[in-house]
Structures are given as C-alpha cells and as structure tokens.
Write a protein that binds this ligand. Structure first.
Ligand SMILES: Cc1ncc(COP(=O)(O)O)c(C=O)c1O
Length: 349
C-alpha cells in the first residue's frame, strides 16, 4: 500500500483526456562506462542532453507505456509490469542499448508511482495513471554509432480515455496507404522511430474522419498488422476469435491478455493467425483495437478501397463479445474481479 493519507490533487478526473500533465516526481538513472548508477527521484521534467546525442539524430531510444489503477479498497495496481520490462529489454538489445535490469525497471516504476500518489486517479473516476518509462542515448556523438551514455527515465501523468471523451466508445479506422514497419525491421519493438513515420498516416486517417490508421502488412498489403497505437482483435461469425500474427507488430500486453480471457473465460477458440482484411471482412462479427492507452475500443467501421465498411450493425454500436471482454479486462485491472491469472502487481508502501 502507498501512503493513502496524502491528499489527492484537485483535478476533475472525469474530464481528463490523454494529455501530458506535469506531476511532481520522475525517476532518473544514468548508464555510463558500462554500469548503471543508482538512480533517484527528481523534480525537473527537462532532460538536458548533448546536441550530438544519438537519440535525437538517429532515434536510438525506446520506451514503454503502462498504467496504475486504484482499487476500491485503495490498493494501487500495476498490470503485468514484468512484460513491459521484458519488452523494453528486447528493444534495448535491438538498438544496441544497455538492458535496464528488471529490478531497476520495477523499482523505478514503483518509486515514481508512490512519489506521485496525489496524482493517481481514485477508484471509479474512469481515469488512471499512465506510466512512461524511457531509455535514451544521451552521450556526445556524431557518427552513426551507439551512444556512450544512456538515461533511463520514468514519468507519470493522470489520463482519461485515449480516443474519445467517454470510457468504452466505438472508434473507426482507415486503412493506410503508408507502411508502418517492414518484416525483419523494428515494428515489433517499442522504439520511437516507428512512431514518427506514423504521424502522417494518422493525419491522413483523421482527414477521412477515422480515429486512427490501420496498417496492413507491407509485403502484400493484405493482412492486418495493427493500428497506429493499438493491436487488433476480431470475433469471427463462426465463433472463433483472432488476432493478427505478424512479426512487424508490437506484441501488445493487452492483446495477449485479452486472447487468454477470450479462451479461458469466454470459451472461444482464440488464435493468432494472419487475417486477410478484404477476403475475411464479411466474416467479421466484431472488431476492436486494444492497448494500454486504447484499453479495448470496439471498431465500428473501417475505411478501405475508397469507402466505409461497417463491422458491427450500424458502425456505431458495441457488440456483446467486446463488451464482455472489456468488462473482464477492466474488472481485473482495477481489482474488482478475481485476479485469476496473477496479472496484478501491487505497488508497495
Ligand atoms: C503500435 C502499438 N501497438 C500496440 C500497442 C499496445 O500495446 P500494449 O497493450 O502493450 O500497451 C501500443 C501501445 O500501447 C502501440 O504503440
């Protein structure tokens, strides 16, 4: 348990969107001469780095995204943070950066959350505390070489829903003409380089009236990869449940958890497999985007081949399968439902 005697900030939690909000403390540790320093909590949200730092020229950086929630009995809960640590480790290896040891990662996250207790949205507010761990190459450099010095940071922001004002809201996606990632590229790693290229694709999707871009595989432009900041799940009319199998997508922790819930709690035949958008679309019963920020957002309609195609009913309704999975996922995350799979990690005092 964290110190529940601290007064909460006087925020209107219910109207929070997904924006940066400065909180009081952040964690900082530096890796130099091959070793990690101890790390500490600091108050300055700025990061002074060298103008030659490889993170700002060559995107030698990676990050994570996770959330803390308050349970009805006041516990502060993280959801599968060990998987965020594991994923950051994979990204660090891919970009020739030092691994952030799991104990440093988890302690930094816990310390930052604890120190910002006043900013953690209360139970039932619909908001949560977004946690952003990041690892960046900061040392002096010019040529295309790995940095000599790295900084690991964790900051937190209270946030509300990612896509819309309300909690569970139907979204729309537009298939992008741009590719997000190549096979054997960096698509499966949470690295900044994947996201800058997606800004224009998101803008193009928004111009069409969609919330986000939907990427197809870059080899054939047939199979669903993922959305700009979320993985995809599909309930098929034959009763099966699928999520795209692709080496170019981020291995979403939310999606991996939902696949387990679909199988174990709903008894569905759930599998990761290639999903051919055009060939299989008529067999889609319900579809959703999922991720830490998106939680589970039902997809009502998809733009492709110059037109909108409704997935479920009028394109603006939530289907029963996605509603049930949403309730299960959120119920586990905020401690209301039994943590059958031991996914929760309580932030200690
Ligand atoms: C590109 C992309 N895909 C999927 C996800 C979802 O991953 P997770 O469920 O681990 O948050 C994210 C992050 O939220 C993302 O940025």
């Amino acid at each position: 348990m964290v110190d529940a005697k601290v007064n909460k900030k006087p925020l209107n939690w219910a109207v929070l969107g997904f924006q940066y909000q400065r909180t009081d403390y952040r964690f900082r540790a530096v890796h130099e001469n091959g070793v990690w320093g101890e790390g500490e909590l600091i108050t300055d949200e700025n990061i002074p780095i060298h103008e030659g730092a490889p993170s700002i020229h060559y995107a030698q950086q990676c990050f994570e995204g996770m959330k803390a929630q308050t349970s009805a009995d006041g516990r502060v809960l993280l959801f599968r943070p060990d998987l965020n640590s594991e994923r950051m480790d994979l990204a660090a290896k891919r970009l020739l950066m030092p691994q952030v040891p799991e104990n440093l990662f988890l302690e930094a996250v816990e310390e930052t959350v604890r120190a910002n207790y006043a900013w953690i949205p209360p139970f039932g507010s619909g908001a949560s505390l977004y946690i952003r761990p990041m690892l960046i190459g900061v040392g002096e450099n010019l040529g295309l070489n790995p940095a000599q010095k790295f900084e690991f940071r964790v900051f937190v922001c209270p946030v509300g829903p990612y896509y819309k004002e309300a909690g569970l809201a139907v979204i729309s996606l537009a298939v992008s003409e741009m590719d997000r990632a190549a096979p054997n590229g960096t698509g499966s790693f949470k690295v900044g380089a994947n996201y800058a290229g997606g800004l224009l694709a998101t803008r193009a999707a928004q111009v069409l009236g969609a919330n986000e871009a939907l990427y197809l595989d870059s080899m054939e432009g047939r199979y669903i990869d993922e959305a700009g900041s979320a993985n995809i799940i599909v309930a098929m009319k034959d009763g099966s449940f699928a999520s795209p199998k692709s080496d170019a997508i981020l291995p979403s922790i939310t999606r991996r958890s939902i696949m387990i819930l679909a199988k174990e709690e709903l008894g569905l035949k759930a599998e990761d497999r290639p999903i051919d958008l055009r060939a299989e679309f008529s067999q889609f019963q319900e579809m959703a985007a999922c991720g830490t920020a998106a939680v589970l957002s039902p997809v009502g309609k998809v733009w492709f081949d110059a037109g909108w195609h409704n997935v479920y009913q009028d394109g603006d309704s939530i289907g029963p399968i996605m509603q049930e999975l949403y309730d299960l996922l959120v119920g586990i995350q905020n401690g209301e439902l039994e943590d059958r799979f031991s996914w929760l990690h309580e932030v200690s005092r």
